[in-house]
Ligand binder design. Structure first.
Ligand code: AMP
Length: 402
């Protein structure tokens, strides 16, 4: 079954075409700078012997034009793999916020679209473009069953004492202010991979999943279910991120407003776009920061210490929340690639049964276990694959339904 996974942003459409249930990637690509003076398309066809790449710069008027170009590429004689857009039978859409309405992957109906629209107040930057992507895909891939996979769904198993904030009850009951969490598709994917590595059913696995990309979050997973997570109502709290602050004293916001005269919009921008590693070092790419730290840059060294100390604190907190833990999982850009961050994050946790093998940690590529001798927990590095997880969930849903 040809399954198209679509991730639509405010000016971009990221996609992968899979052959399911095998999970083989046939094509992938990114259409970006939609609506800007100059758009860009990068498309790769994997089917056949060699990967074939198409690159083009030209204006892309709107998302509908982008989606039509995508259909054109999938059916192109040279770069495509399909005879017609109607060969796409299934489209899996990444939707950032499902609120409390969607605890699982869902076939898209008019009512589902309305709910996604109503949730825009909780994810103003993400849900509206996600919905646009759905509407455009319905027009272009008319034969496909459209399915929504929510970033928040995996965390709908959080118990109430973990998802409620200690503010007046009406803010939850009347306005839905609570922890929702994000990166759920990634946490779920690596948890399943970890269960396979541990040779246990997921429902018997206790895991701490550490997703360190540009955005970053951790999930406490007990018996295969998320019971706590570090992002909240929004993707701002928790770990230190590329440009987001993570946890801060909320009163800093009042201080910035009342004493430094910063308007609320500027504070929002500061905490989301100019903080985290960027705020501490001027860079948001961990590779640059690690290289600078290695050259003796004190700011970069301190930033890495702050970044990894925060992870360490959450490991401790989640070990307390879960009980006996089988494994830690490092994933996403930084988690998969930075041996330095992994080592700094777990060093000194030997008393909790966490012992890293420095050589294995340096040498690991792809999936691997970097735990050292005497470690009670396994320390896994697992590359995430959110697109494949979306394709698998969409496929499982329509096949269960059919
Ligand atoms: P993601 O959001 O998962 O794509 O992760 C992107 C981030 O991963 C980049 O901003 C980099 O900071 C980080 N990254 C990628 N490769 C490496 C590497 N080899 N070492 C350290 N960080 C890396």
């Amino acid at each position: 079954m040809k399954t198209l996974v679509i991730n639509t942003g405010s000016s971009s459409i990221k996609y992968q075409l899979f052959a399911m249930p095998a999970g083989t990637v046939l094509c992938s690509g990114l259409i970006e700078r939609i609506g800007e003076e100059q758009g860009h398309i990068r498309h790769i066809r994997f089917a056949g012997r060699e990967a074939l790449e198409y690159n083009n710069q030209a204006p892309i008027l709107n998302h509908q034009a982008g989606m039509q170009q995508l259909a054109g590429l999938l059916t192109d004689a040279e770069f495509g793999v399909l005879a017609g857009a109607s060969e796409v039978e299934l489209a899996g859409h990444r939707v950032v916020h499902g609120g409390e309405h969607f605890a699982r992957t869902t076939i898209i109906t008019g009512a589902v679209k309305k709910t996604i629209e109503n949730l825009a107040s909780l994810a103003p930057l993400h849900n509206p473009p996600n919905l646009t992507g759905i509407r455009m895909a319905e027009k272009v891939f008319t034969r496909a069953t459209q399915v929504a996979v929510f970033d928040t769904a995996f965390h709908q198993t959080l118990p109430e004492h973990a998802y409620r904030y200690a503010i007046a009850n009406k803010f939850y009951h009347e306005h839905g202010i609570r922890v929702y969490g994000f990166h759920g598709t990634s946490h779920r994917y690596v948890a399943k991979e970890a269960a396979a590595l541990l040779n246990k059913p997921l429902a018997e696995c206790n895991l701490i999943s550490i997703h360190l990309g540009n955005g970053a979050s951790m999930a406490a997973i007990k018996n295969g279910q998320s019971i706590d997570t570090s992002l909240g109502l929004t993707p701002l709290p928790g770990l230190v991120m590329g440009t987001r602050s993570g946890d801060i004293d909320p009163a800093i916001i009042f201080y910035l407003h009342e004493h430094l005269g910063l308007p609320v919009n500027e504070i929002k921008n500061l905490l989301n776009k100019e903080s985290g590693m960027k705020g501490l070092t001027g860079h948001n790419d961990l590779r640059q920061i690690a290289a600078n730290a290695d050259q003796g840059d004190k700011e970069a060294q301190l930033a890495l210490a702050i970044y990894t100390y925060r992870i360490k604190k959450y490991i401790g907190a989640y070990m307390a929340a879960i009980g006996p833990v089988d494994a830690l999982i490092f994933t996403a850009g930084v988690g998969e690639n930075s041996a330095l961050v992994r080592e700094m994050a777990v060093t000194g946790l030997e008393h909790l049964g966490i012992v890293v093998d420095k050589k294995r940690n340096q040498a690991v590529t792809g999936q691997g276990d970097i735990a050292g001798r005497g470690s009670a927990l396994r320390i896994l590095v697992i590359p995430t694959n959110e697109e494949l997880e979306i394709a698998r969930q969409a496929y499982a849903l329509v096949n269960a339904a059919g």
